[in-house]
Design a protein around this ligand. Sequence first.
Ligand code: HEC
Ligand code: HEC
Length: 194
Amino acid sequence: MPLFNIRKAWAFLGVALLATPFSWGQAPSSRVALCGACHGAQGNSTLPNIPSLAGQPKIFLENQLVLIREGMRDIPQMKGMLDNVPDSELTALAQHYAALPATKPNASRQQALYSRGEALSKDMRCGICHLPNYVGREQMPRLAGQREDYLLLTMRAMKSNQAVGRDPIMSASLHGISDEDLQAIAHFLALTTP
Ligand code: HEC
Ligand code: HEC
């Protein structure tokens, strides 16, 4: 086979690998089924206090998966689950969930609470990092459409510096805010559609 064709064959193989991240390596598809038991089959969680992963920025997911594997972000429900999982597979998992669509929220809107949360999020300039439509980018998570209970749980933890292994930038952002305001923000973010 002339060298030219070998190169071509490799190029094709490369494209095939990129297009089907789950057809190679250590069967990540079986792990996706495990994740789905909590985070939802398509990455949209239906369980209380468990975040949706669909539509999150790939870098955010990748970072969190490394932190969880290393035990730096302590999640009792995921304990041991990522032990010895190679970086390449964490990247594949991140890619998988980043590419899935976040479903539209189906909870009903409480207009006064929603408007208050919207105004607070704007005043507190959350969109500077999370983007004005709150879909996130790079290491900054998507907030739009995330579960309301999880948003509230995690913001309470971050505010009181109890969120072990999380970026302290958020404790600073939420410093001094009242719990009522957190509830309004969580309601707004969960029900907002980009
Ligand atoms: C037994 C339930 C359970 C299983 C199974 C599970 N998780 Fe989780 N996961 C959680 C909970 C609960 C949290 C949120 C913890 C917290 O911070 O309050 C979480 C958080 C995360 C986060 C951080 C999301 C964010 O918005 O901050 C990522 C990423 C994640 N899980 C990925 C995975 C992947 C990938 C798998 C499969 C390998 C998986 N999880 C399996 C329960 C689970
Ligand atoms: C300076 C940038 C910045 C600003 C401003 C900011 N955030 Fe964040 N936020 C981040 C980063 C980075 C993370 C990821 C934290 C981590 O890696 O643990 C995050 C995480 C979060 C999370 C956790 C989501 C998840 O899926 O786990 C919530 C909720 C959140 N921010 C809400 C807000 C709200 C509400 C505001 C405005 C009051 C705000 N943020 C302002 C950078 C910012």
